[in-house]
Ligand binder design. Structure first.
Ligand code: NAP
Length: 274
């Protein structure tokens, strides 16, 4: 037996901060183990899971863009039948040797919003940019806060309509790709625009009210042009680091069997933004 390890997979994946987070906790807790970032292309997902399941040192993987829906095909995933197809962001081997899929991004988003809620009283109306896995999870999280209406705007309008159709009970509404920004209480970027190596998101923030919150799920760089623009307008601006850490907590527990030391969060945040 070699060193137990876990990893985050995606394409691209070099930007991921998950290795820094999990290695920080492994070191703090004195657990012998490793956590890597591994690029896996869409057509390589099946081979990836087959080879890792044959490796007894492998504990599991977090799943990043664009594999969160496709990875469901390889893992046992308990899904509420009344829900639309649900992404997973973690796959791990259970004691019986089965590959289990779980999703902690929505919990991570909710936890990060709970921390903000103390300051803001909670969001009311929302605009989500994008219609991928993250947009799907964020819409669900916002619905749990009682946000209404929840608008969604995506360059591929049909994809936004599919998401809204899946969420009829929640009441997600679709805006055409070029529609003006509505005067919402919270605007969320759930696209990779602004991420290192990608073009910046060009969003008109003028229609937002002065109390609006701009939440960018992107965390690398920690301050995107969208967040800079929001701060320049005097709006509250939040990046995706808090959500990333919150979803990593239950992932770490599944992968390494221990709860992360949350008392060290400030040191972790300093490391991630240095
Ligand atoms: P995804 O499933 O691949 O969806 C990406 C969405 O962004 C799609 O709706 C796509 O539009 C849109 N998009 C992609 N490139 C675009 C471009 N050049 N211009 C306009 N729209 C574009 O990805 P995801 O898993 O939802 O992730 C989205 C972002 O959220 C990523 O940056 C990811 O790192 C971040 N994220 C952060 C956290 C966190 O913990 N902070 C957690 C999850 C995700 P089409 O539908 O038209 O293709």
């Amino acid at each position: 037996m070699g060193l137990p390890y876990a990893e985050v997979i995606g394409d691209p994946i070099a930007h991921s901060k998950s290795p820094q987070i999990h290695k920080f906790w492994l070191e703090k807790l004195g657990i012998e183990g490793d956590y890597r970032a591994t690029r896996v292309a869409a057509d390589g997902l099946g081979d990836y899971f087959r080879s890792r399941m044959a490796d007894s040192d492998w504990r599991g993987c977090n799943i990043s863009m664009p594999h969160k829906l496709a990875a469901r095909a390889y893992a046992y995933h308990r899904q509420d039948p009344s829900f639309p197809p649900w992404p997973i962001n973690l796959a791990y081997r259970d004691p019986e040797g089965r590959l289990i899929g779980e999703e902690f991004d929505s919990a991570g988003f909710i936890m990060s919003m709970l921390k903000l809620r103390g300051e803001s009283g909670g969001p009311r109306s929302a605009l989500i940019l994008g219609a991928g896995s993250a947009a799907r999870l964020v819409a669900w999280g916002l619905a749990h806060f009682g946000s209404a209406p929840i608008w969604i705007r995506n360059r591929d309008e049909q994809k936004a309509r599919t998401l809204a159709g899946d969420y009829l009970k929640v009441g997600v509404r679709v805006l055409p790709p070029r529609a003006a920004t509505p005067p919402v209480d919270i605007l969320i970027n759930a696209t990779p625009l602004g991420m290192a190596g990608m073009p910046e998101a060009e969003i008109d923030l003028k229609p937002l009210p002065d109390h609006a919150l701009v939440y960018d799920l992107v965390y690398d760089p920690p301050e995107t042009a969208l967040l800079r623009q929001a701060r320049a307008r005097g709006l509250r601006a939040v990046n995706g680091l808090s959500m990333l850490i919150e979803q990593a907590v239950p992932s770490f527990h599944r992968l390494f069997g221990a709860m992360p030391p949350r008392a060290d969060d400030d040191a972790l945040l300093a490391l991630l933004t240095s």
